[in-house]
Design a protein around this ligand. Structure first.
Ligand SMILES: NC(=O)c1ccc[n+]([C@@H]2O[C@H](COP(=O)([O-])OP(=O)(O)OC[C@H]3O[C@@H](n4cnc5c(N)ncnc54)[C@H](O)[C@@H]3O)[C@@H](O)[C@H]2O)c1
Length: 349
């Protein structure tokens, strides 16, 4: 049964944790009841800015509070597992940033815990709310392009992301940080499961800058319905590019093709003494002082699921299968050969 209000909290208050704060403070039925970050100072500042009545640097203090019914976890990729586990053990609904975890065994453990606790566990695959991909999926499911034969998905960042924006890039990878998004899109767009993964990665440019993490992954996925996907992720695009990220897709079906360009759309071009910028108008734009965009829509959807008004569009199994694929990308790149996947599921839940 739908409830009118619920208490939400956010753990991890950096760049993307702020998107969760923006969503919970602008979505009907949401009360932001607490925030937590390892940095007590950041937690205090965010609490003040977003009107949270409680802030802490100790997650157990936050999770012990009964008014916290649901929690977002937006800590670095490698710091999801312990926090999600603790939140589920405390009986909270959980929205975790992608990837769910960086180990398959961990994500399987979390899926079992969520089921046992009878709470929601959703991974924030916000590209499922990206208007271009929503339209593409509708075109596919309505048969407009026939049977999907092959697709190419590209999501890249400039060097600024691993070298300046993320302090923890060397403890993650472009595979986990960006590959998770498009590996999910490959499953979601085709409705097929990944059966075989062949990935190549190289570490040169970032290594030369002291970061022990691959520059890129080039990956081929074989899906169980016969489709083949190519995924490209790199963290080494030139910093002189006017956009921090590039996101493109080419999808070829038996009766038609789809092309998506979210990186160089040039909807707005700004040329000033500071340089050329094509500002983001889709992920997190401010519209008349209100935060909007598909980056927040996925979080608002989670909130409505907690309130009982919607059913999750991302299942726990989607989160687990995603980790299975991205983990296999890393294994394949290390081995230099394809990796077969044995999924426990045969279809989407
Ligand atoms: N930056 C982006 O554009 C972006 C977009 C979408 C999703 N994400 C995902 O969001 C997550 C966070 O990324 P970010 O860019 O916001 O990183 P960030 O470094 O800006 O912020 C992470 C925050 O988590 C805090 N933290 C770390 N360990 C903690 C712990 N144990 N308990 C409490 N707080 C802890 C850090 O102090 C920091 O403030 C990652 O999983 C990332 O993949 C990032």
């Amino acid at each position: 049964m739908a409830q009118e209000q619920a208490g939400f909290a956010v753990i991890g208050l950096g760049i993307w944790g702020e998107a969760h704060l923006q969503a919970y403070t602008t979505t009907p039925g949401c009360r932001l009841v607490g925030v937590c970050d390892l940095s007590a100072d950041l937690a205090r500042r965010r609490a003040e800015e977003y009107g949270a009545p409680f802030s802490t640097s100790h997650c157990e203090e936050l999770l012990a509070r009964p008014e916290v019914e649901a929690v977002s976890i937006a800590t670095p990729d490698f710091a999801h597992f312990e926090l999600v586990r603790a939140a589920l053990a405390a009986g909270k609904h959980v929205l975790v940033e992608k990837p769910m975890t960086t180990r398959l065994s961990e994500s399987e453990e979390l899926a079992a815990s969520a089921e046992q606790a009878g709470v929601l566990l959703m991974v924030d695959f916000h590209n499922r709310w990206n208007p271009a991909f929503v339209e593409a999926r509708t075109a596919i499911t309505e048969g407009e392009i026939g049977e999907v034969q092959t697709l190419s998905l590209l999501l890249n960042d400039t060097l600024e992301v691993p070298t300046q924006m993320l302090s923890w890039a060397g403890r993650s990878s472009v595979g986990w940080f960006l590959g998770a998004h498009i590996a999910d899109l490959a499953r979601w767009l085709t409705g097929q499961e990944v059966r075989r993964v062949y990935a190549l990665a190289r570490s040169r440019t970032l290594q030369a800058r002291g970061l022990d993490t691959p520059d890129f992954f080039q990956t081929l996925l074989e899906l169980d319905g016969g489709a083949v996907a190519h995924l490209e992720n790199c963290w080494i695009m030139s910093e002189s590019q006017p956009n921090l990220f590039d996101l493109k897709a080419e999808i070829f079906g038996s009766d038609g093709s789809l092309y998506i360009d979210m990186g160089t759309h040039r909807m707005l071009q700004k040329y000033t003494p500071a340089g050329a910028v094509y500002p983001d108008l889709a992920v997190r734009p401010m519209i008349h002082g209100r935060p909007q965009g598909f980056g927040l829509e996925s979080i608002r959807h989670f909130a409505r699921c907690v309130l009982g008004a919607e059913q999750p569009l991302v299942t726990v199994r989607d989160g687990v299968e995603n980790v299975r694929v991205v983990e296999a990308m890393h294994r394949s790149a290390e081995l230099g050969q394809p990796v077969e996947l044995e999924s426990k599921t045969t279809e989407h839940e």
